[in-house]
Design a protein. Structure first.
Length: 454
């Protein structure tokens, strides 16, 4: 390609601090947020594909094209930043996402507007958001959860959440239906696999919860306060790689019911799963489905699986092995990110769209913890053993009361650390994420085990 044809890679901007907000920084962050989303959906070759549901537990892609835009309008109305909506039907149609336990329980609209209409709807909302920012009164800083402009920050971060979750959906489309955007860079793979070491942690006291006076936007479940006394434990230095998971496959792990929870085995048999989601067989050989291409399996990249598969691997390795707890994860992470540092403001991790894919475990060496753990932030999410729970003092926010509370149950497992596709405040050390155990995200795991103090 001639150098004149090369477009600079679109970079993700860091979120603005709440105490330093101004119109220029807000508009730049919004424009960047919008452009990332537009770039992602530009990969879809045909308008007909927008009416497919790559994941049977999710809406068709046309919903997600309109959803993030409608979110701005609906939250702005609630906050009093605007006095009227854009389209009575579409503001409602694109308002609420889904979280079914089974495909047959997914309630999908029977008709959708055209892609052209949704793009025009998005353009109208883009202009409205610019007007809101242009007229914003940002004299009383930092903005707080009581400010109407909290709705703007909420919508921006919601948009960035859907950059990541929509990337997971688009990744599940047939590869012939997508085209990699210009300068979407995959990480390298070197193929050389080193032994995954175990690192001992002494334990200690771990506070969980985001300070109420933080100068970074936060979701409701991040606030509250809990201190956990973590007992000594060990964990693997690296996330489990594709090479390590290959051994589980070769050993018949997907066929051995004894390795799976009852819920996990039911999911595996119902879906006829025998490989990780993004491993495919082409002409008798295994291939790896990256975002927009099929590649030779990068054996030094972390495996991407759901929680059921992660737990089955734990049981296959040893009855005493398990996933990290949230408190254990934070104990490790705080060696690298003390109170004065947040991973979202550094370039030490495969976070924030540094690459458009996972990277070899340990490749981002500057992000290693003092004890030697790699990729504690970034690369892929780390599945945790905890069910999603509320911190003491948790309160829903009136602008989005259903964001967290409906999912604090035994059906949603937590994950931590972010992935290559995590941007904005999702890359913060305070961010707390959850999904149903059979859902897919850019997520993997590392092994943990309790250890004796003797």
């Amino acid at each position: 390609m001639n150098s004149i044809d090369v477009q600079p890679k679109l970079r993700s901007l860091k979120p603005p601090r709440l105490d330093l907000l101004n119109r220029d920084s807000l508009k730049a962050y919004f424009d960047n947020t919008w452009e990332l989303y537009e770039m992602l959906f530009s990969a879809i070759k045909s308008d007909e594909t927008f009416y497919q549901s790559p994941d049977r537990l999710r809406n068709p892609l046309i919903f997600y094209l309109g959803h993030t835009a409608a979110f701005y309008i609906n939250k702005f109305l609630l906050a009093g930043l605007i006095s009227e909506g854009v389209h009575n039907d579409w503001d409602h149609l694109f308002a609420v996402g889904v979280d079914p336990d089974l495909p047959e329980n997914l309630d999908v609209a029977s008709t959708w507007p055209s892609v052209k209409e949704v793009r025009a709807y998005r353009k109208t909302i883009f202009n409205i958001i610019h007007e809101v920012i242009d007229n914003a009164e940002l004299t009383d800083l930092p903005i707080t959860q009581d400010s109407p402009y909290w709705a703007l920050m909420m919508a921006l971060e919601h948009d960035r959440i859907h950059f990541e979750t929509s990337s997971m959906l688009i990744r599940q489309l047939d590869v012939e239906l997508v085209c990699r955007p210009d300068n979407w860079d995959y990480a390298p793979s070197f193929g050389n696999i080193s032994k995954n070491e175990w690192i001992q942690m002494k334990g200690g006291s771990v506070p969980i919860g985001k300070p109420n006076d933080s100068n970074l936007y936060g979701w409701d479940n991040e606030y509250g306060s809990l201190t956990v006394q973590v007992k000594p434990f060990s964990a693997t230095k690296n996330l489990i790689t594709n090479a390590e998971f290959w051994d589980f496959i070769e050993a018949g792990g997907y066929e051995n019911e004894a390795l799976w929870s009852a819920e996990g085995w039911e999911w595996k048999t119902r879906t006829n799963t025998s490989l990780p989601k993004f491993w495919v067989i082409r002409n008798g050989t295994f291939q790896y489905r990256a975002m927009f291409d099929e590649l030779s399996i990068p054996m030094d990249w972390p495996v991407e699986v759901n929680a059921h598969e992660a737990w089955a691997y734990c049981y296959w390795k040893n009855d005493g092995l398990r996933l990290l707890s949230e408190a254990e994860f934070l104990l490790i992470a705080r060696e690298r990110t003390p109170e004065t540092e947040d991973p979202l403001y550094t370039d030490k991790y495969n976070l924030d769209f540094t690459f458009g894919s996972p990277s070899p475990v340990g490749y981002m060496t500057a992000g290693a913890t003092a004890s030697g753990f790699n990729d504690i932030y970034g690369n892929v999410w780390d599945w945790l053993q905890d069910d999603f729970y509320a911190l003491p003092g948790f309160k829903t926010h009136p602008l989005y009361e259903e964001f967290s509370a409906p999912y604090m149950d035994e059906e949603h497992s937590m994950m931590a650390g972010g992935s290559w596709a995590t941007t904005g405040t999702g890359a913060s050390k305070y961010y707390r994420l959850w999904f149903r155990r059979h859902f897919f995200q850019h997520a993997g795991f590392r092994l943990a085990k309790s250890t004796s103090t003797q």
